[in-house]
Design a protein around this ligand. Structure first.
Ligand SMILES: Cc1cc2nc3c(=O)[nH]c(=O)nc-3n(C[C@H](O)[C@H](O)[C@H](O)COP(=O)(O)OP(=O)(O)OC[C@H]3O[C@@H](n4cnc5c(N)ncnc54)[C@H](O)[C@@H]3O)c2cc1C
Length: 355
């Protein structure tokens, strides 16, 4: 057949040859100029940082991200061990675990990482798509911002340190579980309840969309018993010493959702059944935080990160789509008349507009 219709044969090899050798930072003069313009005196140092991390992101981490993204390697859950103990062990591919250790090992939220350095690194890292990395970074940043303002107890201060600097070489990951099935984005409609018993707060109820389900800590909204208002809490996934024993903090992960996109990322449904929780901020201001302190609210940080997420896709996709357009145009106009249309200028413009 291919001899009968030779024009139907195709190869992506030229595109792949370019893509597999493309250094995200080196290939992106527009990003370099933006950073140079805004960072001013910090530019020479940032340029060095970007040149150092970019090959890792563009090659090693890209390959790990791609390897983990195939359907056969989607995360799954083992609810019970061989002795009928409920463990809800989330199983993720080795590539994701290596990637996570290396990316979080960058200590993006440590005081030693300047805001510009964090921005440059996050922009480059996000170019590899979700990879079970982008959402957890976003959520961890939100939790750090929240705790930097509100951490006033030994427990919360320790969690903050765990997220920023790590403990014994282990960097913590944060998440945010707000949505419930009956309210969706209407967080004040939460019915999950927080109950104080002997000075300890415990959470009861269901959370319906829990991304980064594998995280060490979650920011959770719940209504203190008898209150009209929703409060914010930080809930550890495991209490001290229990992670190794796979004893979760009195909650179950009922399922990991099937998703069409970002399926490398765990998104679960959770039932809290008395999980120990640490209140964050005034108990009647959980939701108001999002309006009155938008810089601090995790969801806002999430949106802020989405603003980087957007360009990240457009950053890499802008470069890549330019090449793909060229590939299609060359195929449509093999004699070269497509060159004027297909020289990627329209994609270049798109790339710049969306940065
Ligand atoms: C893959 C995935 C991962 C997620 N991860 C998390 C997570 O980690 N943590 C978390 O807390 N949530 C998470 N969510 C939940 C997500 O934030 C919710 O989907 C979102 O809050 C919307 O809720 P909903 O889907 O129930 O839609 P609804 O809020 O019920 O909205 C349904 C429709 O009504 C519209 N609508 C809603 N309110 C109004 C209004 N006041 N006026 C006019 N129109 C309105 C919406 O625009 C929408 O079109 C995740 C969702 C997905 C899909």
């Amino acid at each position: 057949m291919s001899q009968q219709y030779p024009e139907n044969s195709y190869s992506f090899d030229d595109f792949l040859q370019w893509r597999n050798n493309a250094d995200y930072y080196g290939e992106d003069p527009f990003f370099q100029k933006v950073i140079q313009y805004y960072a001013e005196k910090q530019w020479p140092e940032l340029d060095k940082v970007a040149k150092k991390i970019s090959p890792r992101v563009s090659f090693r981490w890209k390959e790990l991200s791609e390897a983990a993204a195939v359907p056969e390697k989607q995360p799954y859950i083992i609810h019970f061990d061989g002795h009928n103990h409920r463990i809800d062990r989330i199983v993720r591919p080795q590539e994701t675990l290596i990637l996570e250790k290396e990316v979080f090992g960058e200590k993006l939220f440590a005081d030693s990482t300047s805001p510009f350095e964090k921005l440059v690194k996050m922009y480059l890292i996000y170019q590899n798509g979700e990879a079970c990395i982008s959402c957890p970074i976003t959520c961890t940043e939100g939790m750090v911002a929240l705790l930097e303002y509100y951490a006033d107890t030994p427990e919360l201060k320790k969690i903050l340190t765990h997220c920023k600097d790590g403990i014994n070489g282990n960097m913590a990951i944060g998440s945010q579980f707000l949505s419930e099935i009956q309210g969706g984005s209407d967080v004040p409609a939460n019915i999950a309840e927080a109950v104080e018993e002997d000075g300890t707060w415990r959470i009861f109820g269901d959370k319906f969309f829990c991304s980064a389900t594998h995280a060490d800590y979650a920011v959770v909204t719940a209504r203190p018993r008898g209150s009209e208002k929703v409060a914010l809490f930080v809930v550890p996934a495991w209490l001290d010493g229990n992670k190794e024993k796979e004893i979760r903090n009195s909650y179950t992960i009922n399922r990991i959702k099937w998703k069409m996109g970002t399926s490398e990322l765990t998104t679960g449904e959770i039932t809290y059944n008395g999980a120990v929780a640490y209140p964050v901020g005034p108990l009647d201001k959980g939701v108001q935080c999002s309006r009155h302190c938008p810089d601090l609210f995790p969801a806002h940080r999430g949106h802020y990160c989405c603003c980087i997420h957007g360009p990240h896709y457009q950053g890499s996709n802008g470069l890549q789509s330019q090449k793909v357009c060229l590939w299609f145009d060359n195929r449509r106009f093999p004699s070269g008349q497509g060159a004027a249309y297909g020289n990627g200028k329209h994609c270049q413009a798109y790339h710049c507009r969306n940065f």
